[in-house]
Design a protein around this ligand. Structure first.
Ligand SMILES: NC(=O)c1ccc[n+]([C@@H]2O[C@H](COP(=O)([O-])OP(=O)(O)OC[C@H]3O[C@@H](n4cnc5c(N)ncnc54)[C@H](O)[C@@H]3O)[C@@H](O)[C@H]2O)c1
Length: 426
């Protein structure tokens, strides 16, 4: 086992980039590899389009950014952090995991270590990736080492970072576990948790996000009930939260490529072993239906306010999957837009962080300038980016008399809404 690993991180996205940089700071000759040559060129120029890492940090990074696979040859430890999305049928799509494994396999030498960081269901590392590594490298299973260490970073969150969150580590044997643990102990100040097996570590990650998804689904179901009762959900939650063990979740749209996706990895594996999950999928159904519910609520409010629905001038603030990130993938805001389109409403959508080109490509949405959101019949505060905080007091001025404000994340104080407007929050 090498005393000082040469670490190559494969996949430099939200997860891989901070990992690669952390290894670069502690291990000489560290490599950061991505198949996206454009991404690598940007990183070399000090640009992180995920906006997680500053230009100064990138420029001073003691790390070789590369999209040339041959640069992987000298690594002794490979960290794989590639995407694990779902396909159109909501089944796990392991194509990037397989492609990255084939790539690593072609450079793998006896004694090398491969650690997967991508979120998967229990069994993927050992049952699916390890055979690809063995076949592609021509090595037998005991000639290379296998580990898994799930990632817990939270994009847009400066407090919970790679260095400050306990890292779960695992290995295929006690010896490999120690190697993986030592590797991560060199970069994670908060230390590591040694899981007994790779499957345990894989399962732990996927249930962390499943639990969060279900807790939010419960809040969303409560919001559907309280809406029928004419009770403001955030008032109920503020009261309930005064009990010491009431968990502080809130209703909302569940998008992104983690919380809304990972449960499907678990349910797919459950079904493969003959168990049909009920609670987990019920939560998914509720969360996936919230965009449509919000749009229908808006339409009902327009009708109640005696405003024409078809052709109504509606503004939407925020398109990304959550606040303070530029990431548009699997955003649920387009669910609101699609449902409104069914009623003949084509909103003006603004987002200060989203890329206009990506919004157009991915969702067919032409982002509007903030100045265009005036004389509105309705305004939907969909994503509470910090950038909107300073706008909050003047938001009602953007609406016509009798207009409707839909405040998805209860960003506004209802008392601040002038009486000539109609306000609703989820
Ligand atoms: N983003 C998060 O908040 C988060 C948190 C925890 C875990 N995860 C998990 O981590 C994994 C990575 O997520 P992410 O958000 O960093 O994804 P991402 O899309 O931001 O980045 C993935 C990177 O991998 C690259 N890539 C794709 N295929 C590759 C290949 N074959 N070889 C080399 N590079 C390749 C892409 O070009 C991209 O730059 C996923 O499994 C995700 O579920 C993500």
């Amino acid at each position: 086992m090498p005393s000082q690993e040469i670490v190559a991180t494969v996949g430099l996205g939200y997860v891989g980039l901070p990992v690669a940089l952390a290894f670069g700071r502690k291990h000489p000759r560290a490599i950061g590899f991505d198949i996206d040559a454009q991404r690598v060129a940007e990183l070399r120029d000090g640009i992180d389009r995920t906006q997680e890492v500053s230009e100064a940090e990138l420029r001073s990074a003691p790390l070789r950014f590369t999209s040339n696979p041959d640069d992987l040859a000298e690594a002794t430890a490979y960290i794989v952090a590639v995407p694990t999305p779902i396909d159109a049928d909501r089944r796990p799509d392991l194509s990037a995991m397989l492609a990255a494994s084939r790539l690593v396999a072609s450079y793998l030498r006896p004694g090398d270590l491969v650690v997967y960081e991508s979120t998967v269901y229990p069994g993927v590392t050992e049952e699916i990736c390890a055979p690809v590594l063995a076949e592609g490298s021509g090595l037998s299973r005991d000639q290379f080492h296998l580990g898994y260490s799930p990632e817990r970073i939270n994009p847009g969150d400066q407090e919970h970072r790679l260095e400050t969150i306990t890292k779960v580590v695992s290995g295929e044997s006690p010896k490999v576990l120690e190697r993986v643990a030592r590797l991560y102990e060199s970069i994670v100040e908060a230390g590591v948790h040694r899981a007994p097996t790779i499957r345990v570590a894989e399962a732990a990650k996927v249930i962390e996000n499943t639990q969060r998804d279900l807790n939010i689904a419960l809040m969303n179901e409560l919001a559907l009930i309280f809406d029928r009762l004419g009770v403001r959900t955030s008032d109920v939650l503020a009261a309930a939260r005064t009990k010491w063990n009431f968990l502080p979740f809130t209703p909302g749209l569940v998008g992104g490529h983690c919380i809304g996706v990972d449960p499907y990895y678990l349910t797919a594996k459950a079904e493969a072993v003959g168990y049909h999950p009920q609670v987990i999928l019920a939560g998914r159904r509720i969360n996936d239906g919230m965009g449509r519910f919000i749009a229908q609520k808006l339409v009902k409010m327009l009708i109640a306010a005696e405003r024409p629905v078809k052709g109504a001038r509606v503004g939407v603030l925020g398109l990304t999957f959550k606040e303070n990130v530029p990431d548009l993938r699997n955003s649920r805001v387009p669910d609101i837009l699609d449902e409104l389109a069914e009623f003949g409403v084509r909103p003006l959508v603004h987002d200060p962080l989203a890329s206009a080109a990506e919004a157009a490509d991915e969702y067919g949405v032409e982002l509007a300038a903030l100045d265009a959101l005036t004389e509105l019949d309705a305004l939907v505060l969909a994503v509470p980016h910090d950038a909107y905080d300073s706008l909050a007091p003047a938001l009602p001025d953007r609406l016509r008399d009798g207009g409707v404000v839909v405040d998805v994340k209860s960003m506004l104080d209802p008392a601040s809404i002038p009486s000539h407007l109609h306000y609703w929050s989820l």
